[in-house]
Design a protein around this ligand. Structure first.
Ligand code: CP
Ligand code: NVA
Length: 327
């Protein structure tokens, strides 16, 4: 499998074999790490991490994965560089591309990371845009494979805001890998029409099915994985909370939803999550709308069905596999 020099911008750019290779390679790296076997295969290389939005998992995963591979890292925070304010993306790309061996970008429009990649001359990795979160979905697929032993034929139900980065990327990942995907949400929160059309073609090739369901009692039926994400994403205005709560509350993942899914179903979430009042926003919005939790109830989040922390750990192993393969 030769992915050397290739950017990782969206899952549509990779075929099922390549995705499976990245998952299996991440599993190998995970085993090596647990056994304390060194894997500094990119010793002496340097990477830049650009974050125009905040992060815990993605940043830490890129940093630790880079150190484990023997690399050095520069972190550029949302305010600490000239990007966008005094220097265009194309100019930034041409500067950083001469200094670094690879560049991670987290920010707003997908077109920004695509432009960065067009000009950088080195691999660019998408650490989240409004439209896509592809490194997350590789970690999700790895976690699903670890749990069930395979991917093909499983059923994933995504509850809630399916029109943003997570819903989009998960739909693509499932369609590519032969996993039945259901988006369960009000119609206006279904993924982008054009992306659905592309995914239908992918699903035909892989044997996956795609469903779009507005009834929260039907969507999760027989799902192996119930997945959700926050109702208001980074960069969206605070004012949308009211509307989101009104429209998405019926799609909250709670015990009833997990019961509909069935005994062997697991719960997944990219995190961070508003499942209690132990965060500033969780408390503020929760009190304002008289809700203990938002997209998932605390009992489901804390239940044995929840594999969210295994999923979070796998971000590091999968990001390592993506960097190792593309550098
Ligand atoms: N899931 C995820 O991308 O988390 P961070 O925002 O903490 O990076
Ligand atoms: N949809 C969320 C994902 C966070 C990992 C956001 O964009 O904020």
């Amino acid at each position: 499998m030769d992915l050397k020099g290739k950017s990782f911008l969206k899952l549509l750019d990779f075929d099922a074999e390549e995705i499976e290779f990245l998952i299996d390679s991440a599993m190998d790296f995970k085993e090596k790490k647990k056994k304390g076997i060194s894997h500094e295969i990119h010793k002496g290389k340097n990477i830049a991490l650009i974050f125009e939005k905040t992060s815990t998992r993605t940043r830490c995963s890129f940093e630790v994965a880079a150190y484990d591979l023997g690399m050095h890292v520069t972190y550029l925070d949302p305010s600490g560089s000239q990007i966008g304010k005094k220097e265009s993306i194309a100019d930034t790309a041409r500067v950083l591309g001469r200094i670094y061996d690879g560049i991670e970008y987290r920010g707003f429009g997908q077109e920004i990371v695509e432009e960065l990649s067009n000009y950088a001359g080195v691999p660019v990795w998408n650490g989240l845009t409004n439209e896509a979160h592809p490194t997350q979905v590789i970690a999700d697929l790895m976690t699903i494979k670890e749990h069930f032993g395979h991917l093909k034929g499983l059923k994933v139900c995504y509850m809630g805001d399916a029109r943003y980065n997570m819903g989009n990327s998960l739909m693509v990942g499932c369609a590519k890998m032969g996993i039945d995907f259901t988006a369960c949400a009000p119609q206006k929160y279904f993924p982008d029409e054009k992306l659905i059309e592309i995914c239908k073609t992918e699903a035909e090739k892989s044997g996956a099915s795609l469903k779009f369901e507005t009834d929260p009692k039907k969507g999760p039926k027989n799902a192996d994985v119930v997945y959700t994400d926050v109702w208001v994403s980074m960069g969206e205005p605070e004012e949308v909370w009211k509307e989101r709560i009104e429209e998405l509350s019926p799609y909250q993942v709670n015990k009833k939803v997990m019961d509909i899914a069935g005994k062997s179903a697991v719960f997944m979430h990219c995190l961070p999550s508003f499942h209690d009042h132990k965060t500033q926003i969780g408390e503020q919005i929760g009190k304002m709308f008289n809700m203990d939790s938002m997209e998932v109830t605390d009992d489901v989040f804390e239940s044995e069905k929840s594999i969210v922390f295994q999923e979070a750990e796998n971000r590091m192993h999968t990001i390592k596999a993506i960097m190792a393969a593309t550098l």
